[in-house]
Design a protein. Sequence first.
Length: 276
Amino acid sequence: MAALSSNDCSSFAAHIEQLRLAEPAQTPISAERATAGLIATSQDPAEADHGESNEPEEHPTLKRLPLFSATPSGLGKPAGWQPWTVNRNKIPTRYTLTEVDQRMVLHAEADSSASGLYVPLVGRDPGMLNWTWKTRDVIRSADNSLAPREDSPLRIFVAFDGDKGSLSLKDQLMYEMARLTTGREMPYATLMYIWGGRKPEGSVVSNPHTERVRMIVVDSGTRHTGEWRCHRRDLRADYRKVFGADPGKVVAIGLMTDTDNTRSRAESWYGDIALD
């Protein structure tokens, strides 16, 4: 079991406002290949895809995460967040910016669908990850340890760099298959925070396709549906807890609402996500 993390949302709002005041608007640095372009979640990593072409796209690599609340009104999509298609045969989840409770948030609508958004980051030391989210729907039939039921109304994932030469032969072969299939490199390891259907908060779940993806259930069940939930996680401590080693650099952060395996529907909202 991992530590629980929900906290007072008023403190979260104050912290985000401090970040906005302290940090000037960022501009993308030179484009680099996004090493976290492929994150294994609800699919076999060899099936993951980013589009019709096997040529990797180039995206700006940012120094920090763009805040949804800082996005000018009128923009349908959040600036700096790149689309991530799990598989071109899957229906994509719909993401749009909308104003809720007098602030701009990301609205996610999934209907037997799976896709996400992510931000390629300049490699940085793991710190504290802060975010807020809300869901209308909980997928009670979901079981994230089983491939046929591996769905979640809310996910945030963190991709880490590391020495891929130290991986087991099985993982190295899987990574090579994914690279040949998609033209993209998988991250060394992925830590994911999810809203679970039945497993208790604090549960640690291994992805059914690969040991290099571990999930921590931070919210679960229906008790808090329709409420904003705020979380603050120590990435270094969580990585040590689930992988039993020290983490490398953080190279990407993303999100996903997916219901493709359970053929269900989910409507959710993501507030600001910040790494400090």
